[in-house]
Design a binder for this molecule. Structure first.
Ligand code: FAD
Length: 513
């Protein structure tokens, strides 16, 4: 099937849904997504959305916190856009009927504190079910706006002529092909947590958008910057335990019962995510791989059930009473700061191709994302991409592909090369591209990944295509991590443990053509 639309949007998380809603006023919109409309990282978001909505807070303070977390790698213009336009986008959600939690009086919004924020500026819904409520509200609005929706339809490749993107190709669950031509193509395909053995991300997060953009010739920025969430509940059904739990006052303890964060950072458990995640990883290594403990026993069961209903239910389903006993946690791949290089209007280095939300790298998160800034990013840049393309979808891109390093990640097919399973890949990525990296491990990873690429045969099913994309993502991370010979934010190299003065501002790579 071949079809033509004004705006093609790929992905149905917060970024894709919000952009679709905005684009509906410009002409025909098609929203294509690989699972059901409601499946995304967005729907699992717990803690909330950060924005300046209270009189004792300020845009400058939100900017300062975001820049500090970003460890010198943020694009300040992008951060200013995020923090200044954020409050208006939250009001847009409120007008759409998204039910954020109210304070005790019922008159104002309830507010939470999260790590590395100077002010309690995180609003939430359903206690700790913020993403689900946002996803529900946006889905209802998108359906009402008359957007054409194609579910269970998988992006395979972008259609490109002379560095200009003309649409995309998809397959459905029956492997039937769909070709969509569009004036503007917006990637909103989210992150790639499935690259790693431990992740908070759902199964759909396989980096398909970044891999397709890379194959089409788009520049990819800061791929080495992957954020690991400090606290994934371990066990048969791993589950994210929101930062907001520590925000409320829960503490971390090692097997000896000691609060190990007190010695590591002035903000202790509320230090930036990378600091907490690495400290936990170190403690786990020191206690023979046993998880550390998150201690929320200072709270009573009623409070925990009311403030964190989703986590509470999950713990109880696992037979854990977290008001009585500390729960076991490990770090896990959570959020990709890197992705398709964009400017502050979501424009990529390819004409007519836009990227918004987690698939993009606008420089808004730098080397480390501030908690609760990513849902906000989806809203702000989803809105701006559509505002930008409303002017002229064919306007030349602003990003500077000249600054990128050309790499060739293709390998000749080798029939004798051993094939791989996704689990092998995820284990390798966790061990060599995870929380702590070094030159030796990066070389091991690079060699193995290249071998696996040479074993690839033509991908037919979405599962095979996902595996190929995960390989591409892992190679992008390995290549960028080798280029960045320093430690900064989420990227830690044991052979270069300090931040380097003359380090490259950004690692930008593109497929050699
Ligand atoms: C457990 C968890 C908790 C979190 N908590 C918070 C929080 O409290 N606050 C916060 O700000 N952030 C939080 N985050 C991060 C945040 O949820 C994500 O960064 C954000 O939702 C990304 O939104 P997005 O629209 O860019 O992508 P997503 O929400 O991931 O949506 C991507 C969409 O693209 C689709 N897609 C992917 N590949 C293809 C393909 N090949 N073809 C077609 N469709 C495709 C997917 O199916 C999905 O619909 C959390 C993340 C997780 C996993």
């Amino acid at each position: 099937v071949r079809t033509e639309v004004r705006t093609l949007i790929i992905g149905s998380g917060i970024a894709g849904l919000f952009a679709a809603l905005r684009a509906a006023s410009l002409g025909s919109v098609m929203l294509v997504t690989k699972a059901s409309l409601s499946e995304s990282n967005t729907r699992y978001a717990q803690g909330g959305i950060a924005a300046v909505l209270f009189p004792d807070d300020s845009i400058e303070s939100h900017i300062a916190d975001t820049l500090a977390a970003g460890a010198g790698l943020c694009n300040e213009d992008a951060v200013r856009v995020l923090c200044s336009e954020g409050p208006a986008r939250i009001h847009d959600l409120l007008s759409l009927g998204v039910a954020f939690d109210r304070d005790a009086s019922g008159a104002g919004l309830a507010r939470g504190m999260e790590a590395a924020h100077a002010s309690a500026r995180v609003i939430h819904a359903g206690g700790d079910a913020t993403g689900l409520e946002v996803q529900r509200g946006l889905e209802a609005a998108v359906r009402a706006a008359g957007v054409t929706i194609r579910e269970h339809t998988y992006l395979t490749d972008l259609i490109t002529t002379d560095r200009s993107v003309r649409g995309a190709r998809f397959v459905d669950t029956q492997n039937a092909e769909l070709t969509v031509f569009a004036d503007a193509t917006i990637l909103a395909t989210g992150g790639a947590g499935q690259t790693f053995r431990f992740t908070t991300n759902p199964r759909v997060a396989t980096g398909d958008g970044v891999a397709a953009a890379f194959r089409a010739g788009a520049a990819i920025a800061d791929a080495e910057m992957y954020q690991f969430h400090p606290t994934l509940l371990t066990g048969p059904r791993p589950f994210l335990v929101s930062e907001a739990v520590r925000g409320e006052g829960a503490v971390l303890r090692n097997a000896r019962g000691e609060r190990f964060m007190l010695d590591r950072h002035p903000m202790a458990e509320l230090a930036p995510r990378d600091v907490v995640a690495r400290a936990i990883a170190e403690e786990i290594a020191n206690q023979d791989g046993q998880p550390v403990l998150l201690d929320a026993t200072a709270f009573d069961a009623t409070f925990l059930a009311r403030r964190f209903p989703t986590i509470d239910q999950h713990c109880r389903a696992m037979g854990l009473d977290w008001s009585e006993t500390p729960i076991p946690v490990t770090p896990a791949a959570h959020f990709w700061m890197g992705g398709v290089l964009t400017d502050t209007w979501g424009r990529t280095s390819l004409d007519r191709l836009y990227a918004i939300g987690e698939v993009a790298s606008s420089g808004v998160h730098g080397a480390n994302r501030l908690a609760s800034n990513s849902l906000l990013e989806g809203l702000v840049f989803g809105d701006r991409a559509v505002r930008g393309l409303a002017g002229d979808p064919a306007r030349p891109p602003r990003t500077d592909p000249e600054a990128s390093v050309a790499v060739d990640l293709r390998s000749e097919h080798d029939e004798t090369a051993p094939g791989f399973g996704t689990e092998d890949l995820r284990r390798l990525a966790w061990d060599e591209l995870g929380l702590v990296r070094n030159a030796h491990g990066l070389r091991v990873a690079d060699k193995q990944l290249a071998l696996w690429v040479s074993a690839l045969t033509e991908s037919r099913t979405p599962g095979q295509r996902e595996a190929r994309n995960l390989l591409t993502v892992a190679r992008l991370i390995a290549t960028s991590a080798s280029l960045r010979q320093e430690s900064r934010g989420a990227h830690f190299r044991s052979d270069y443990p300090l931040r380097a003065q003359g380090a490259p501002a950004h690692t930008v790579i593109a497929q050699l053509t």
